[in-house]
Design a protein around this ligand. Structure first.
Ligand code: CA
Length: 223
């Protein structure tokens, strides 16, 4: 899952990036509103963390433009502003949640997980198909109750495919979901992760199918 942080306080942005990357998310950071507005047009993010007081374009304007493009992207506003009307304005403009500074990184992480679950159309923390269960809080997979040892990359591939179960995800989409701007990855690497994941899913009753020239999808095995 790829997250965009828009925050002009570099030390806070660094702490957020570090914490979210530790949790396995791909994270991009921009420090002004105009850069956020541009980056959001690419539509590759699963969540936006948005500061309100920003240079070039303030957070409200970034949000207003985002929602005008009809994007359903979950948005978590961070604000140092104390006034309750700021919170109301943010939520009315289409923010999904609001966190006042200072906040704990644990609380931020919990809110991010909740927003991502809702964004994936599932409020439940565990997604199950066949014998496979995926705990979106722990980001841990198990087959028939036995935990599955997956690398960070395999976990991310599985997460993206699971949230679009039965639908084709292109290699390009996988690359974009898995990596930040500064960590480009080849299509070959994606093939390797998918190959390993497919092996590990043996016995789960579901598999990763290759649609040549289109991408991959998770599907039930024929019975
Ligand atoms: Ca700020």
């Amino acid at each position: 899952m790829r997250i965009l942080i828009t925050e002009d306080d570099a030390s806070l942005a660094e702490a957020l990036q570090f914490s979210l990357k530790q949790s396995g998310y791909a994270v991009d950071w921009v420090s002004n509103g105009a850069a956020a507005d541009e980056a959001l047009k690419d539509n590759v993010f699963g969540l936006l963390i948005l500061d309100l007081g920003l240079p070039k374009l303030d957070g409200f304007e970034v949000l207003r433009r985002l929602r005008q493009r009809n994007a359903a992207l979950p948005v978590l506003i961070l604000s140092g502003r104390e006034q309750p009307e700021e919170k109301v304005t943010g939520l009315d403009l289409g923010a999904d949640d609001y966190l006042a500074k200072p906040f704990s990184l644990n609380e931020l992480q919990a809110r991010v997980r909740a927003l991502l679950r809702r964004g994936q159309g599932s409020a439940a923390p565990v997604i199950s198909y066949g014998e496979l269960s995926f705990d979106t809080v722990q980001r841990a997979a198990s087959v028939s109750g036995k935990s599955l040892a997956l690398s960070a990359q395999e976990t991310s591939v599985l997460e993206v495919l699971l949230t679009r179960f039965g639908r084709v995800v292109s290699k390009e989409q996988l690359v974009e979901q898995l990596y930040s701007y500064d960590h480009e990855v080849s299509h070959n690497a994606i093939e390797v992760y998918v190959h390993r994941l497919r092996k590990k899913l043996e016995g789960a009753g579901i598999t990763v199918r290759t649609q040549y020239g289109r991408g991959y999808l998770l599907d039930y095995l024929a019975r």
